[in-house]
Design a protein around this ligand. Structure first.
Ligand SMILES: [Zn+2]
Length: 339
């Protein structure tokens, strides 16, 4: 029995270093010291010993138990410090590691083109004028010489807030506000959001963007208007761009014209982009109607002016060959990223 005890202790001493985790140490303890462990099993044999041998054997058994408990205690300290090391390593922050790069945002394509257009007109001495998106029926229609029965006034074309207020259908009310608040000379462009009752499709949106321009001073003529827009088209679409003015009708200007630019893809030869016409329509314009000047408190005998308006969405689509207006408002990062 004594030699068996020594073997058990020797086995414990030989294998304790294989124990590397708290869980394995528990198993180790159960194996040697548990109720059904090898020591207890061996000591059950004490009953067969003579009364003289028993105390000696009991003492050896206690010593063996104590020895194995010491092994376990020492290993426990070792395992705790090792587990702490591992945890510290896992939780350590490596301050030399490069951080996650922040993705830089950038301007929306509409804003990029708007900024370009603003720069061109600011370079010609224009100021930027802005106004509210909810404006009066008077500013949006009446002051602009729009007949009471004009179809654009109908409920199916305009979002009314009530009888006197609406979501502006154009940025022209900003021109009205500017003329009412300022004495000529006036030289402004007014970019902004507009709203019309339109079904959403590839080329129409109930919300869209306009940029209008207004110049009022003494002796302003159609030649000033043509020169201004011709220079604008060359700056925006390239020096070789030519412009063409076609007679048109708007209630707030007289005479009125629509302006085409020579196709900046084919240079006017004709291509798919310009429907083989060589020309692309970009804006409407005209000499401010004397009724509009008078309505806004400006002496039409002394002053004259011109106005023009263009769709920012359409010009951006042309410049960047975007074929669907909905892409501007869906905020799909894969689209926005391309600009
Ligand atoms: Zn073309």
């Amino acid at each position: 029995m004594e030699s068996q005890l020594k073997e058990i202790v020797a086995a414990a001493e030989a294998t304790i270093e294989e124990v590397t985790t708290s869980r394995e140490l528990d198993d180790f303890r159960v194996h040697y010291l548990g109720k059904k462990g090898v020591l207890k099993e061996l000591m059950k044999g004490m009953g067969k010993l003579s009364p003289q041998e028993r105390p000696q054997m009991g003492k050896l058994g206690n010593e063996a138990t104590q020895r194995i408990e010491e092994l376990i205690a020492a290993r426990k300290v070792w395992i705790k410090s090792r587990e702490l090391d591992v945890r510290l390593k896992q939780e350590a922050v490596d301050i030399t590691m490069p951080g996650d790069a922040f993705e830089k945002g950038h301007l929306h394509p509409l804003n990029l083109v708007l900024n370009e257009i603003k720069e061109i007109f600011i370079g010609m001495g224009y100021k930027i004028a802005e106004g509210p998106e909810v404006d009066t029926v008077y500013n949006n229609f009446d002051a602009l010489n729009s007949p009471k029965d004009h179809p654009s006034r109908s409920l199916s074309d305009t979002f009314y807030i009530n009888e006197e207020l609406l979501l502006r259908t154009q940025t022209s009310p900003v021109q009205v506000r500017t003329m009412m608040a300022n004495e000529p000379p006036i030289k402004v462009i007014s970019p902004g959001r507009c709203f019309r009752y339109d079904e959403l499709d590839a080329t129409h949106s109930p919300m869209f963007h306009q940029i209008e321009g207004l110049v009022v001073d003494e002796q302003i003529t159609m030649a000033d208007l043509k020169g201004t827009l011709d220079l604008f088209a060359k700056r925006l679409f390239g020096e070789k761009t030519r412009t063409k003015f076609r007679p048109h009708y708007f209630p707030f200007t007289e005479p009125s014209a629509e302006v085409d630019v020579s196709c900046f893809k084919c240079g006017g030869e004709g291509c798919r982009f310009c429907s083989y016409s060589g020309w692309i329509e970009i804006l409407g314009c005209g000499m401010v109607h004397p009724h509009v000047l008078e309505e806004c408190g400006i002496d039409s005998g002394k002053y004259s002016g011109f106005a023009f308006g263009m769709g920012l969405d359409r010009i951006t689509m042309l410049k960047h060959e975007i074929d669907d207006i909905r892409l501007f408002f869906e905020n799909d990062i894969r689209f926005i990223k391309q600009f």
